[in-house]
Structure formats: structure tokens, C-alpha cells
Ligand binder design. Structure first.
Ligand code: BTN
Length: 264
């Protein structure tokens, strides 16, 4: 990752004003947490060429081979309540969708709450974590992994994971995507800080939502049920209509969702 190639493209006010690029990290999220503890400013970005302990949601690992992809964490210090932190993940998903889209190519879609999908396979995952001081949010870190130029995937991921290069048929410039993401994320974040709701992004999010109007399987601890996804609320819950007609709002912390016929 070439710093100058990011910096020369970056048109943000504060996000990415400090960028640390590591050859190797256990996990950029862990590094960002450490930096937060040492008093780093909001907007710090940590990037790694590879991760030895890359982390995904629900305790899963995030495979992070060297040199081909983006592994990045942004440090934020929001002054809103901790309950709002999960909404930042949906904003990050929109920012990532804007950052990776390419004219004439297939548009990425979002699998609620925050996976980016192209052609039914995942190209990007987001892991948001939070540090608290008493009842207040001390920091939020948004970790994002984007499969850029990887073309060889381990057997167990082959039918679920893909990369921009595989889907677009050409190499992509990682630095350009990083700069675009930071620009989009900064502007969405600033809007969210003013409004404290996702209403302003609901339409865009729902247009990108791969689950929209589709049957989904909701996996709650101890029970599974199916229904039809019908958008998101202004606080980021997925709206699911049960076959009985009952409307449920599900939050990402408690449940996960998959397609009835497979991953999406
Ligand atoms: C998921 O879909 O399960 C979330 C994956 C998040 C991966 C990114 S890569 C950069 C950052 N550092 C990590 O250890 N995880 C996130």
C-alpha cells in the first residue's frame, strides 16, 4: 500500500489525516483499540498489508493474505449513546458500496446489516467494536476488509467469497478505494452526527439491499423462522414480514439472517 497514492487522492477534513500503514498486524481492529487507549485522535486510520489474527463477526476469523486486499480500521470518538454505534456499521456499508462501485460493472449490493455482495458472493465485511467509559462511548472502531485483487480463495470460502478483481475482470487500485471510502464515510458520518438517525440513507440502503423483497431465514438464539425482508428502520433494524402478516424488526446484535436458499 503506497501512502502517497492515498494521500494525494484524499479530500477529507479529518478522517484519514493520520494513516498508519503496517506491513503486518495481528488485527487492525486490535491495533486501533490500542491506539485509542493511548489517546489517538478520531479519524486515525490503520491499514495492514496482512493480518495474522484477522477477525470477523460472531467470533469468526477473517482470512487476510498479504498484499492483495484492504484491511483497514477507522477510529471514531462519537459523542452519542452506545446504542447508536451499530448504526455506524450500516453507514460504513453504504460508504464501501459507493467506494468500490465502478462504471459499467455490476453494482455491489448489501446483505443486511453490512456485508457487500457481488454476484451472490461476499467481497467486503465490516466489524464494528466499541470501548466504553462508564455509561458513555469512549471510542468506536470500524474495521473493514475488502477483497480487492485476491483471485485464489481457500476451498471452504470458494462458493461464498469473491474479489473485485474476480468480478470486474481487472486489477483495482487499493489506494483509490481507501481514499474514496474515507471520503464517503466521513460525509455520511457527519450527516449522521447531525441527524442521529439513518433516515437520510434509508432509500439508498434499501436500493442496495440484496435481501429486499426476498425470503430470509432469521436465526435467533434457539429458534429459526422465515419471512420476507422489507427494508430497514431508521435505526438500522431489518424489517421482516412473517408469513402470518406480523411485522418484526430485528437487530443485528441478536440475530443473523441468511437467504432461504443459501448465503444471500
Ligand atoms: C465479517 O464480515 O465477519 C467482518 C470482517 C471484518 C474484517 C476486517 S479486516 C480489517 C479489520 N481487522 C480485523 O481483524 N477485522 C476487520
Amino acid at each position: 500500500m503506497r501512502r502517497q497514492e492515498i494521500v494525494s487522492r484524499l479530500r477529507t477534513g479529518w478522517m484519514g489525516r493520520e494513516i498508519r500503514i503496517l506491513e503486518e498486524a495481528d488485527s487492525t481492529n486490535l491495533r486501533a483499540k490500542a491506539a485509542a487507549g493511548e489517546g489517538a485522535d478520531a479519524g486515525l486510520v490503520i491499514l495492514a498489508e496482512q493480518q495474522t489474527d484477522g477477525r470477523g463477526r460472531r467470533g469468526r476469523a477473517w482470512q487476510s493474505p498479504a498484499g492483495e486486499n484492504i484491511y483497514m480500521t477507522v477510529l471514531l470518538r462519537p459523542d452519542f449513546e452506545p446504542e447508536k454505534a451499530p448504526m455506524l456499521t450500516l453507514l460504513a456499508a453504504c460508504a464501501a458500496a459507493r467506494a468500490v462501485k465502478s462504471p459499467g460493472k455490476r453494482q455491489p449490493q448489501i446483505k443486511w446489516p453490512n456485508d457487500l455482495i457481488i454476484n451472490g458472493k461476499k467481497i467486503c465485511g465490516i466489524l464494528t467494536e466499541m470501548g466504553m467509559k462508564g455509561e458513555c462511548t469512549e471510542y468506536v472502531i470500524v474495521g473493514i476488509g475488502i477483497n480487492c485483487n485476491q483471485t485464489d480463495f481457500p476451498e471452504e470460502l470458494r462458493n461464498r467469497a469473491t474479489s473485485l478483481k474476480c468480478e470486474y475482470g481487472c486489477e483495482v487500485c487499493r489506494e483509490e478505494i481507501v481514499a474514496r471510502f474515507l471520503e464517503e464515510f466521513e460525509s455520511l458520518y457527519e450527516e449522521f452526527e447531525k441527524r442521529k438517525s439513518l433516515e437520510f440513507i434509508q432509500d439508498e440502503y434499501e436500493t442496495l439491499l440484496v435481501n429486499e423483497g426476498r425470503e430470509v431465514c432469521v436465526l435467533e438464539p434457539g429458534k429459526e423462522w422465515t419471512g420476507t425482508a422489507a427494508g430497514i428502520t431508521e435505526t438500522g433494524e431489518l424489517i421482516v414480514k412473517k408469513d402470518s402478516g406480523e411485522i418484526c424488526e430485528i437487530s443485528s446484535g441478536e440475530v443473523s439472517v441468511r437467504g432461504v436458499y443459501g448465503y444471500v
